[in-house]
Ligand binder design. Sequence first.
Ligand SMILES: Nc1ncnc2c1ncn2[C@@H]1O[C@H](COP(=O)(O)OP(=O)(O)OP(=O)(O)O)[C@@H](O)[C@H]1O
Ligand SMILES: [Mg+2]
Length: 319
Amino acid sequence: MNPLLSVEDLTVEFKTSHATLKAPDGISFKVFENECVGIVGESGSGKSVTALAIMGLIPKPQGKIVKGKIIFEGQDLLRTNTHPRGTKISMVFQNPLNSLNPNIKIGKQLSEVLEQHYGMSYKEAIEKVTTIMRQLGIPEPEKMVYRYPFEYSGGMRQRAMIAMAMLCNPKLLIADEPTTALDVTIQAQIIQLFKKLKTESKTSILFISHDLSVISQIADTVIVMYAGKICEISSTRKIFEKPLHPYTIGLISSIPTMKERKTKLKSIEGNVPSLVNPPTGCRFHPRCSQKMSICTEREPEEFSVDDRLVKCWLYKGVD
Ligand SMILES: Nc1ncnc2c1ncn2[C@@H]1O[C@H](COP(=O)(O)OP(=O)(O)OP(=O)(O)O)[C@@H](O)[C@H]1O
Ligand SMILES: [Mg+2]
C-alpha cells in the first residue's frame, strides 16, 4: 500500500543574526490512509516546524528547507506550484487565537473558505458551516455563527478551528497541540472529537503533542522526536508494552499514574540540549543512563526491531 504522505530526510534550517540551527534534522516517516500518527517530544524538538514544512508555511527568510522530500499522493510538495494546503491538507494550529481574525464573525470566516474553494454562495456556505459546527458539538450553531471569536470559550474556539480545518474534507488533518491550552475535561472532549472524525470521515491525522498520554488515546503509530531527530517509531500498543529507546522509556515512566498525580512527578533528568550546538553522536547521550562510548562519537543508525524503528546503539545486532 502506498502511503498518503511520505516525509524523507526532511531538514529545516533556521538562520538568525546570532545562530544557525537545524530542526527537524533528517527525519523520515510515513502516514497511511485512515491512520493517525502521533508526534511526541519535548519543547523545541521540531514538531511544529515539521508540520509547517508539510503545509509549505516555513517562515521566510529565516527558515529554509535545506534537504529532503515531502511526497503527498505521489506529488512532491517541495517542488510544486499547486500545494494542496487548505483543501486536501489542513491544519489546526498550536495557537487558535492567532489563526482566527478577532474582528470577523466566526461563521463569516468559515464560510469564506467554502466560498473561495467551492464557489458556494454565502447562504449555502453558512448552512454547511452550521451543519459542521453542530457535528462538532457546538451548541446552537445557528446563533454561534454570528458571534465573534472572543465570545467563544477556549474549547468552543478550538472546535471552530477544527470545523474550519474539516470544511474541505481534507485527506490529511494536521493537529498541532490541539488540546494543550484547554482544561482537562475539555481536552478529553476534543480527543473524543478527533476519534470520531477518524472513524467517520476516514481522514488521516498527524497529531502533535508533547504529552504521550494524550497521544496514546488517539494515535495508531507514535513517532518520538528528540532535539530535531526521530528516536523511535512504533505502533502505540507496542510502545507502551515495551518502549525501546531510553528516551521513550523515560517519557513513559514520567507519565503519572492516578495515584502519583497527587504526589510528586517523575521526570527525565537533565535538559533538552541547545540545537545551535547539539551534542555529538546521539543527541540524547548526556541524559542517557545506558550510554556507551560509541554514543558520544557516532550518530545512531536506524535499527529495525520487532516491526519498529529505533535509533539507538543498544539495538545494533538485535533483531
Ligand atoms: N521562526 C523561527 N526562527 C528561528 N528559529 C525557529 C523558528 N521557528 C522555530 N525555530 C526553532 O526551531 C526549533 C524547533 O521548534 P518547534 O517550534 O518545531 O518546536 P516544537 O517541538 O513544536 O516545540 P513546542 O512543544 O514548544 O511547541 C526550536 O529550537 C525553535 O527555536
Ligand atoms: Mg510546537
